[in-house]
Design a protein around this ligand. Sequence first.
Ligand code: MRU
Length: 359
Amino acid sequence: MTFTDAAMDFDRYDRIRPIRWQGDHLALLDQRKLPFVVEDVACADSDAVARAIHDLVVRGAPAIGISAAWGAVLAGKGVQAANGAEALERLAPALDRLQAARPTAVNLMWALARIRRVMAAAGADWREVLEREARAIETEDLAANRRMGALGAALIAPGSGVLTHCNTGSLATAGFGTALGVIRAGVAGGRIARVYASETRPWLQGARLTAWELLQDGIPATLIADGAAAHLMKGGAVQWVIVGADRICANGDTANKIGTYSHAIAARHHGAKVMVVAPSSTVDMATPAGEGIEIEMRDPAELLSVAGTRTVAEGVQAWNPVFDVTPAGLIDAIVTEKGVVERPDAARMAALFGPGSAA
Ligand code: MRU
């Protein structure tokens, strides 16, 4: 089978939906509890959505942006205004709180900028305009992922082994996933013969979420400790490291889950290639290079315990940056729904995205 959009059996491979708009509230699949408890958190107002983003009930750059857009719809529920501009003024504090929920994934700022833009121009029907925009942000993300699946899989030679990090699947997006979408398409098309998932300390997105998602699809995957990646690559089992992104700068530098940079260094050393897969909503042409990205620091407590049980002696300190930046020079291809940037640099990025066209 080839992996054109038409050949891909999306229903067979993509059944999880982490974000569900219910008309009066937002249902979010609680990713803190997976894989053993499958349970929703119901968010009835925008501050509940902001809290859910901050606490990682919902996570993954595109999913954060989509949730924030629905959070804006919830914020509009209690507002009375004659037009969009007036409503926007009243919504502003709630939108600011949503935007402050996490700092690194630019999709959050991008989605709220879209909401602000349509609201500023809306008339008396601003409520419908707002809801329509949130729905568009969600449906466009699903379409982008399916397109990227085909584009990314086409780069992979038949019979390849791939390693992915963190979770970039349906759980992290409107559905299908970014890097995991490429893996789904690559497996369906016979290009990918082996899938490895690194566990992604400390929050274990790879072990708890990616391994579970792939199991739902019947895609055999092998879990490895993060520190086993270089050793695995040395043996020749991995031809592509395929990851998502939280922010891609104008020169191609890419922020993604902590540990991505180490995987990319190991890949270059051992002759494996690195593919970053992200929708154009993750491209931030306003940030020239990786130094300009704020890296989220989370509570050191996340490192000091495993599943709620303390594993480290009292008195030990921990440092917990949850993203790192992979320099563009270590990336072989950036795959977006707008096209593929091979060996990314500022000129090749600008050729596809235009200078300062995003964010
Ligand atoms: O802290 P998280 O789980 O939100 O981090 C997620 C990642 O780093 C993903 O790789 C990235 O957001 C892309 S998700 C399609």
